[in-house]
Design a protein around this ligand. Structure first.
Ligand SMILES: [Zn+2]
Length: 407
């Protein structure tokens, strides 16, 4: 392909330019009929004939193909949409378009960054959710690296992702955020991490803090798991194996009591009788259920009563793990009960977490946090994608039931 323009003024002096020569420049366009498309743009070089002008020669430019870029603009935008909106792997797009991984990633960065940075992407937020996710699994060089996700709980939008899960990481983010925007936040829902509680101060001191029910229940579950594993180790001297009585009932133990049927409950009780000689696991199970009961309460007073009962019960227990659970619950009493006044929870973030996981899975683990953040925000950050031209619809031809229709 080539441009048809034949009258060009010098970019410096305006004198009519003369054609110098043409230069074939291959670019990649949108894939076509399932195959990569290669376009060759025979680029024109122009020359200024004015002797006093120092422009000499220049190459023509186009709005549809950026200089020094392998992909046409529309192919770059489409690659960005596929990777962002549809969370497809960069490598897949690279194969489809017949370019290298970096070409696609650069297109995602170039076209995606303005969408993510758009100040209208996130509006006023009243309920903020703070949740940690693992960014990189531990390996020989580093322990697990976490990221903190900030979520608009009402609109189910990932506002931002911060590297790290320490108080300082969260505080840095709030410090860099506009105070007026922060002032609009009435409720912050978090898990039971001291680092988040500390990190929200001082910029979000005005907001009501809520301990997310899902995470409160999980603290109970983790305590139960810990006790089960220890007892298993002490009685059998090895980690859980398929046939071990406690290992076999590990999922039943974590199932809510009201969801157990008779068969399940009997199996669980039998497993405990065989594998839990000192009733330690049974105690942890009761503690876990007492935590869950708090959320069955109809109102705050009832919930307070149940929570205090749970805390007192844990405090008197002989098992250290259960006493520790009690201390955690006591430390978060206000935030746990705040759920009953506000109804706020990180529930909506569960769906978002699935989105994040989808991005993470297709990225096969990200080496760069900025790429990870960009792709998560493109996928779950409420980005407004540019309109795509809609092709005219082809009308369906309805088959008529005529004697010849099968011919
Ligand atoms: Zn000139």
């Amino acid at each position: 392909m080539e441009t048809t323009i034949d009258f060009v003024g010098c970019t410096r002096c305006g004198t009519r330019a003369e054609a110098q020569d043409r230069m074939p420049t291959p670019v990649r366009d949108l894939a076509c009929f399932g195959r990569p498309t290669r376009l060759v743009w025979v680029k024109r070089r122009w020359r200024c004939v004015e002797p006093a002008c120092d422009a000499r020669t220049w190459t023509e430019q186009s709005t549809v193909i950026d200089a020094q870029v392998v992909l046409t603009r529309r192919a770059g935008i489409e690659a960005c949409r596929q990777v962002g909106e549809n969370a497809r792997p960069v490598s897949q797009l690279a194969d489809e378009l017949g370019v290298c991984w970096w070409t696609v990633m650069n297109a995602v960065i170039e076209h995606g960054t303005p969408l993510v940075d758009d100040p209208d992407r996130v509006g006023a937020v009243r309920h903020l959710g703070v949740d940690e996710t693992s960014f990189l699994k531990a390996n020989r060089e580093h322990s697990t690296i976490y990221a903190t996700g900030l979520v608009d709980l009402e609109n189910r939008i990932m506002i931002d992702m911060v590297r790290g899960n320490a108080a300082a990481d969260l505080r840095r983010w709030t410090a860099n955020t506009h105070p007026d925007w922060l002032a609009g936040i009435g409720i912050v829902a978090t898990d039971l991490a001291e680092s988040f509680r500390a990190g929200l101060s001082p910029h979000l001191d005005h907001a009501r803090r809520v301990a997310d029910p899902f995470h409160v229940v999980r603290v109970g579950n983790r305590c139960l798991d810990k006790v089960r594993r220890r007892v298993q180790n002490e009685t059998l001297h090895h980690r859980g194996r398929k046939a071990d009585p406690l290992y076999r009932i590990r999922k039943l133990l974590l199932t809510g009591d009201e969801r157990l049927n008779d068969t399940g409950r009997n199996r669980m009780l039998l497993g405990l009788r065989v594998g839990d000689p000192n009733d330690e696991v049974a105690g942890a199970w009761l503690a876990k259920e007492s935590v869950r009961d708090v959320y069955l309460a109809d109102n705050r007073d009832e919930a307070a009563l149940l929570l205090d009962k749970a805390i007192a019960g844990c405090a008197q227990d002989e098992v250290e793990e259960i006493r520790s659970l009690g201390r955690t619950l006591a430390a978060w009493r206000t935030e746990i009960l705040a759920h009953h006044d506000t109804g706020a929870s990180n529930g909506p973030t569960e769906g978002l977490n699935l989105c994040v996981k989808k991005v993470k899975r297709c990225g096969h683990g990200f080496a760069r946090f900025e790429h990870y953040r960009l792709r998560v925000l493109l996928h779950a950050g409420g980005v407004t994608w540019p309109d795509q031209p809609r092709p005219p619809r082809i009308r369906t031809h309805h088959r008529r039931a005529t004697p010849h229709s099968d011919a």
